[in-house]
Ligand binder design. Structure first.
Ligand code: UD1
Ligand code: UDP
Length: 381
């Protein structure tokens, strides 16, 4: 039996990790022992525990309970806690997901004590280093031993940064192995879609009909923390709801919920609060989120994960960022980059709503079995 440590902390990491935990439970339970460490970066019930309850992920063996803080404070506390656990558990490797501060902390803790890092969602780049996530992902990739990129673009980014396609085993931090592996999030969307159909009643709970609403999420720090950008985005949503006569459902991240009260210009806050077509709800469970995604007319978001899920469920997507790591979605013509530009958000949304029928979504995120592929490669490490 080989022992691995999985580090999770933020909502999307808990969801991503469920694909590997499921693969271990189904196919590798006699070969891989998984120790789960939750940093506690996300801690509200609907940002963390709800996913353990719903997605069949084992409860964490450890919870560092770090919660929120400045980047330095939060990351430092995580590094210290993770180092102790890694030394105590002595795993053959540590699995890190994506690009959050929990990812960076795991990368620093493990690499300094010579424990191989398996980075799931490697190679993605926005080429915007003002994003904390861009720093986290570059630093993690460059101390990793096995790097699993969900897309060909991600794989090519790693080659462009000097990693080699033909390194031979045994792999280590100086001789890493890079893969174009497919996306564990695609595994999850396939796996949980039927369960969502059976279990979710979110549409009737909030009183919307299939295809008669837009789903929107906003949480990226450069949108929430910037008064002008946040105001432009909400102004655009209010305009769309009125012009297209369509409901907009916003399961709002706690960060956005807090900041919209202080950061929106008064008249926009008033319009949004009194517009009965704009429905702001608390963050929802993953099965409810899938139900909202599958039944939406269109998705508008600044989330990385939600952009892709729009594609998995064949919905057009308006990306409220100035760039995306998931460039394939834009090249395919099913997503558009609207930044926080009010007119562009409104026009792109209205245009997509009119021309939806012409869009196509060829499969580009793997075969839905990426979790098992990654486990097999970890065993060969
Ligand atoms: C983090 C990740 C981001 C990811 C997002 C997923 C970093 C730098 N950012 O951003 O890449 O896309 O998670 O959702 O790691 N809060 C709560 N309750 C919670 C969690 C957060 O109220 O359970 C509030 C706190 O006010 C906190 C703020 O949200 O200060 C931001 O949380 P934090 O984890 O620092 O960053 P996210 O914006 O969630
Ligand atoms: N998600 C969810 N409930 C919500 C909002 C998002 O379950 O209310 C899921 C979503 O389906 C996706 C993941 O959380 O799988 C994306 O996380 P988030 O947008 O917080 O972060 P990002 O992907 O941008 O890092």
């Amino acid at each position: 039996m080989k022992k691995i440590i999985t580090v999770i902390g933020a909502r999307p990491q808990i969801i991503k990790a469920s694909a590997i935990s499921r693969a271990i439970q189904q196919n590798f339970s006699t070969q891989l022992e998984e120790i789960i460490v939750h940093t506690g970066q996300h801690y509200d019930h609907n940002m963390s525990q709800v996913f353990f309850d719903e997605l069949g992920i084992p409860e964490p063996n450890y919870n560092l309970d770090i919660k929120s803080g400045s980047h330095g404070e939060q990351t430092a506390k995580m590094i210290q806690g993770l180092e102790d656990i890694i030394q105590k558990e002595n795993p053959i490797g540590i699995i890190l997901y994506g690009d959050t501060n929990s990812t960076l902390a795991g990368a620093i803790a493990a690499s300094k004590i010579d424990v191989p890092i398996i980075h799931v969602e490697a190679g993605l780049r926005s080429f915007n280093k003002r994003m904390p996530e861009e720093i986290n992902r570059i630093m993690c990739d460059h101390v990793s031993t096995l790097l699993f990129s969900p897309t060909k673009t991600g794989y090519d980014n790693l080659l462009n940064e000097g990693m080699k396609a033909d390194n031979k085993a045994p792999f280590d931090i100086d001789n890493p192995k890079i893969y174009h592996s497919g996306d564990v999030m695609y595994d999850n969307s396939l796996h949980f879609s039927t369960l969502s159909d059976e279990k979710s009643s979110i549409l009737s709970e909030i009183g919307v009909n299939p295809n008669e609403f837009i789903l929107c999420t906003i949480h990226r720090n450069y949108n929430t923390d910037n008064k002008e950008r946040l105001t432009n985005i909400f102004d655009a949503l209010d305009t769309i709801a009125n012009q297209a006569n369509i409901k907009i459902i916003l399961p709002l991240h706690p960060r956005t919920k807090k900041l919209m009260k202080t950061h929106l210009k008064e008249d926009v806050l008033k319009r949004v609060s009194t517009n009965d077509k704009i429905i702001i709800i608390d963050p929802v469970s993953f099965l409810d989120m899938i139900a909202l995604e599958k039944n939406s007319a269109l998705i508008t978001t600044d989330s990385g994960g939600v952009q892709k899920e729009a594609y998995f469920f064949e919905k057009p997507c308006v990306i409220m960022r100035s760039e995306t790591e998931w460039i394939e979605l834009v090249k395919n013509g099913t997503a558009t980059i609207a930044d926080a530009d009010k007119d562009k958000i409104v026009n792109d949304t209205l245009q997509f709503l009119q021309n939806k029928a012409q869009l196509s979504f060829p499969p580009i995120f793997g075969d839905g079995k990426t979790g098992s592929f990654i486990c097999q490669e970890i065993l060969n490490l």
